[in-house]
Design a protein around this ligand. Structure first.
Ligand code: CMP
Length: 350
């Protein structure tokens, strides 16, 4: 339900934010202003109706409908602002909260939340370094420039504005040290700023890639545990096989193995069905494997295998197959036995 609702919510949010942006133009004629406000009211009504429906059916009748804090705030805050100050225009400003509705559904936002949770301590550490340098820079600016520019550097809090602008290398140029020592300090602060931001970017980048790797591993782990053949593996072997298997998907009609071609990998079906075009065609389903014969014998594929439904599979390349077979004789035996039985069936006279 959230999936079908999300594009409409995003569209309404964008429309609402466009109205809100236009309403901030002072010269806007009254008629247009009234029309834009009416659009905001209509969007608010849709969000309120959606929220009411989700609250009413929360306990089962419409299982896909969920209520989040953002849904509540998106309705409650504009309503409350309108009640408190009906003519101030702040009610339309508070509609800016609608921006959070489409953002909430973006996978990257969830990923960002996970990264912030795992890297929080490191990010806070860098923030502490940033604040320490800012304080030292402001103190230095105050000591070196207070007599030359009392208006800008007359106290540590006053010098802090210069400190932030310089440390973030923004460089508005509204406050510039005049003394040689002050300029020397400014140079050092700028370089420290670059270092601090590089640290932040590094932590976030490695956090993102680590999180993606973790999620990929978990997804593969779940897929591998869906194949009965791997259930007999111990944790260490399972870990090794999870690293070697490559998840894939194929649409109905996709050719996965073509008769006569060289075999470079075998497949484990996680979900869906494939058809094996042998003399007596066979259908294989979840938990089955195929493409093993060419890897065992080194001969070309003995049949064409086509996806009969949407399928999800794991593939294992030839080298990893031989490593797995040499490490785990039980699995190797099952695969070999199955291949022999299939060969016998295929060779049987019809
Ligand atoms: P391979 O020869 O590598 O490529 C085609 C695959 O089809 C083959 O390995 C087997 O995995 C599969 N296959 C061939 N014959 C049969 C059969 N009789 N039953 C099930 N699968 C088969």
């Amino acid at each position: 339900m959230r999936g079908t609702r999300a594009p409409l919510e995003a569209l309404l949010a964008v429309l609402g934010l466009c109205c809100l942006t236009a309403l901030s133009i002072r010269e806007l004629p009254d008629a247009e202003r009234a029309a834009l406000k009416a659009v905001l009211v209509v969007i608010w009504c849709i969000y309120a109706a959606e929220l009411a429906a989700a609250l009413v059916w929360r306990n089962g009748a419409a299982p896909g409908k969920s209520v989040s804090v953002i849904d509540l705030l998106a309705v409650a805050i504009p309503a409350a602002t309108f009640i408190v100050a009906p003519h101030s225009g702040d009610a339309s400003l508070s509609c800016a909260l609608w921006l959070l509705k489409p953002l909430r559904d973006l996978p990257v936002v969830r990923l960002m939340g996970a990264v912030l949770a795992t890297e929080g301590a490191n990010l806070l550490g860098v923030l502490a370094i940033f604040l320490a340098i800012l304080f030292a820079a402001s103190l230095g600016g105050y000591v070196l420039e207070r007599n030359l520019q009392p208006e800008q550097f007359g106290s540590i809090p006053k010098a802090m504005w210069w400190g932030v602008v310089t440390l973030t290398t923004t460089g508005y140029g509204d406050e510039i040290p005049r003394s040689f020592a002050g300029r020397l300090l400014a140079g050092m602060v700028m370089m420290s700023g670059i270092g601090v931001f590089a640290l932040w970017a590094g932590i976030l980048a490695s956090g993102f890639s680590e999180q993606l790797r973790r999620e990929d591993f978990l997804r593969k782990w779940q897929l591998v545990s869906a194949v009965p053949l791997f259930r007999q593996l111990g944790p260490e072997e399972l870990l090794a096989i999870v690293r070697c298997l490559h998840p894939g998907k194929a649409s109905p009609g996709a050719v996965l193995c073509r008769k006569g071609e060289k075999g470079d990998r075998m497949f484990f079906i996680v979900d869906g069905h494939v058809g094996v075009a042998t003399a007596a065609p066979v259908e294989l389903g979840p938990g089955s494997f195929f493409g093993e014969m060419a890897l065992i014998t080194g001969e070309p594929r003995n049949a064409t295998v086509v996806a009969s439904t949407q399928i999800s599979f794991l593939s294992l390349n030839a080298l990893d197959f031989h490593i797995l077979a040499s490490r785990n004789s039980q699995i190797a035996e099952i695969i070999r036995k199955t291949a022999l039985e299939r060969r016998a069936v295929d060779a049987a006279p019809r």
